[in-house]
Design a protein around this ligand. Structure first.
Ligand code: SF4
Ligand code: SF4
Length: 438
């Protein structure tokens, strides 16, 4: 269970000393229409239209979708599909930009008084108007540590939430992006969480922080929450505790099915990157023009942190870092999750951490030896070997018996299996096949 007393910091650094380098704008951006539902009705500006930084690139946005916003001055050249991940396809506006410019950021000027003034404004605003503000400024998120933000906000219209939780836990401790965002932009993160609590009328605003997060993260959040209602909660952070299902169980003893939104359990959950975007939007009407990203090159044991223009391809990010995009295994999120992504995927409200691995030599799996290592390692205490068997026999009833609905797709079972059995791949195949049948 949670501890309400965060640890004493062992060292301090000025939060503002932690910076994300601004990546120069690449020549071509694919700015997506974010959110959920169909983007078919969206009217994208015609090719040849000259657009300015921060200008909307489309009209007639459906209620559940965030407007695509130009991260830099440029010219619309058309539209096309873009991928936020291997299986998340989005409609995107293609723009050509002046590649010489950065996307500037002015966060460091936020004061507690600005947060107070923002909260006074928001207390008189209804949730629907708040959603419209976020949509019009292109703010959205939908990733492992931060479930679909607009969908949660919409769901809170039907089912009130009592708690807004900021997920400061990193899914990969070797890539502490969330803690770093909190360290660099503590005021904006705090403003975002409190803004959502004010709009949804939630009684509690919590930030779940790892005990052993960088002291700069703790310092920054302590400073930004000193004179308001954001409550810092210290938690252990062993993988995959940053997953919403495990986090809500640990934090509030609430049982969330992995395929459901936290709002079903009365919680609106977002990570620090999403909270900072929400905070900037309500503090300064700032659109989401960039996203913070962490890129780790495993072979060199080197990690890079940067602010990436929305719509930049991963290949542009890697090229900016002097890394090669060919002959690598590129994975989003914790590599154990086996989220293989192409270099053509774009930076947006999806996953924000990338790991470059040397492609593994294919190994032929051996038969299951009933060692139960997968069972011991499974964080939700189900039967991974049984799920693999269900996948091989294509038996949904057996899959249900072995606990398929509770699987958070962390990949620990595949990682520990001495027979190299593709358990996670089997679980995903089972899920996608039966989701299509429903
Ligand atoms: S991926 Fe494997 S270890 Fe992880 S929750 Fe699912 S069955 Fe358990
Ligand atoms: S870890 Fe692998 S070999 Fe061991 S029981 Fe699980 S599936 Fe079978």
């Amino acid at each position: 269970m949670f501890s309400a007393s965060p640890p004493t910091p062992v060292a301090t650094r000025e939060g503002n000393a932690i910076r994300f380098r601004a990546m120069p704008v690449p020549r071509r951006l694919a700015v997506p229409v974010g959110g959920f539902g169909s983007a078919d009705a969206v009217e994208i500006k015609p090719p040849g239209t000259v657009v300015g930084r921060g200008e909307a690139l489309a009209e007639n946005m459906p209620q559940a979708m965030a407007a695509p916003i130009a991260p830099a001055d440029g010219r619309v050249v058309g539209e096309g599909p873009a991928h936020a991940s291997a299986d998340h396809r989005l409609r995107a506006v293609l723009i050509d930009c002046d590649p010489a410019v950065d996307v500037p950021r002015e966060d460091s000027s936020t004061t507690p008084e600005m947060i107070d003034a923002m909260l006074r404004r928001l207390r008189g605003m209804d949730i629907g108007a708040g959603i419209d503000v976020l949509r019009s400024r292109g703010v959205w998120a939908n990733r492992w540590t931060s479930p679909d933000l607009l969908a949660q906000f919409h769901a809170s219209l039907r089912r009130p939430v009592d708690t807004v939780v900021c997920n400061v836990l990193d899914e990969d401790v070797a890539l502490p992006l969330q803690a770093r965002v909190a360290a660099a932009y503590g005021m904006e993160v705090t403003a975002g969480v409190l803004a959502l609590a004010a709009l949804t009328k939630a009684r509690r605003a919590w930030a779940a922080v790892a005990y052993y997060a960088d002291p700069a993260c703790w310092d920054s959040l302590r400073r930004s929450s000193a004179k308001n209602d954001l409550h810092l909660v210290a938690l252990r952070n062993d993988y995959p505790r940053a997953h919403p299902t495990l986090l809500l169980h640990e934090l509030a003893d609430r049982a969330l099915r992995p395929d459901r939104l936290p709002t079903e359990q009365g919680v609106l959950l977002l990570d620090t990157a999403a909270a900072a975007a929400v905070g900037r939007c309500f503090l300064r009407d700032e659109p989401m023009l960039t996203v913070p990203m962490a890129v780790r090159d495993r072979s060199l044991n080197k990690t890079h942190y940067l602010e990436v223009p929305v719509g930049a391809a991963y290949s542009d990010v890697l090229s900016d870092l002097g890394l090669r995009a060919d002959r690598i295994d590129l994975r989003a999120g914790n590599p154990l999750r086996e989220q293989h992504v192409a270099a053509s995927c774009i930076a947006t409200g999806g996953e924000l951490t990338l790991t470059l691995l040397t492609p593994a030599v294919a190994v032929n799996p051996d038969p299951c030896i009933r060692c139960a290592w997968c069972v011991e390692g499974c964080p939700v205490h189900i039967q991974p070997a049984g799920l693999l068997e269900a996948a091989q026999q294509d038996d949904p009833y057996m899959a249900h018996q072995y606990g398929l609905e509770a699987c958070v797709e962390c990949g620990i079972c595949s990682f520990v299996c001495p027979s190299h059995l593709p358990i996670l791949a089997g679980i995903r195949a089972l899920r996608s096949k039966h989701a299509k049948k429903r």
